[in-house]
Ligand binder design. Structure first.
Ligand code: GDP
Length: 184
């Protein structure tokens, strides 16, 4: 059977990336902002789609990020192992205006490591950076935790779009670089 080289090129990479973190930290809205440039001011945690596939270009290669949203599963303080299975990247999200969501990060990190590869590329995301007056977790605290756990770190706002695309791109680029080093 003849190979279609164009088709081959478009199927280069597909990365599963999971959003993890407490309820209402903004996971669904980060995905909505990144994939559709939308924001839901009064969303319930159930608005999330199961996953969204987003095309990105890295070093001239087309990469597809399949980004999974918990769609409210985490309200029961656990997410099924199927959710994590095959993930190569993760965004570990807390809300900078609710310390309790930052305190939960260790537990989510344990869960992530229990159900997925230890090498999953993970970024710690302090969301809702627009809520300056309500801040309960400093940027320095976020950075320190990320450094201690060997994670990337960024603060975002799904509301005003700040750093949202960069957060997803950092993860996808790092996965791509790890993978291309292995191939070569
Ligand atoms: P999830 O349960 O983690 O998926 O959180 P949602 O995306 O459903 O968001 C929970 C609530 O926080 C909603 O009312 C959102 O409108 C709000 N929200 C999400 N991201 C932001 C943000 O960056 N800034 C502000 N101010 N509110 C946000």
């Amino acid at each position: 059977m003849a190979l279609n080289t164009e088709e081959e090129q478009t199927e280069d990479y597909l990365f599963k990336i999971v959003l993890v973190g407490d309820s209402a930290v903004g996971k669904s809205n980060l995905l909505a902002r990144f994939a559709r440039d939308e924001f839901y001011p009064n969303s319930k945690s159930t608005i999330g789609v199961e996953f969204q596939t987003q095309k990105m270009e890295i070093n001239g290669k087309e990469v597809k990020a399949q980004i999974w949203d918990t769609a409210g599963q985490e309200r029961f303080r656990a997410v099924t192992s199927a959710y994590y299975r095959g993930a190569v990247g993760a965004l570990l999200v807390y809300d900078i205006s609710r310390r309790q969501t930052f305190d939960s990060i260790g537990r989510w990190l344990n869960e992530l490591h229990t159900h997925s590869d230890m090498n999953v590329v993970t970024i710690l995301v302090g969301n809702k950076s627009d809520l300056k007056d309500a801040r309960e977790v400093t940027t320095a605290e976020g950075k320190a935790l990320a450094e201690a756990q060997g994670l990337f770190f960024i603060e975002t706002s799904a509301l005003d779009s700040s750093n949202v695309a960069i957060a997803f791109q950092m993860v996808v680029k790092e996965i791509y670089h790890i993978l291309s080093r292995k191939v070569i």
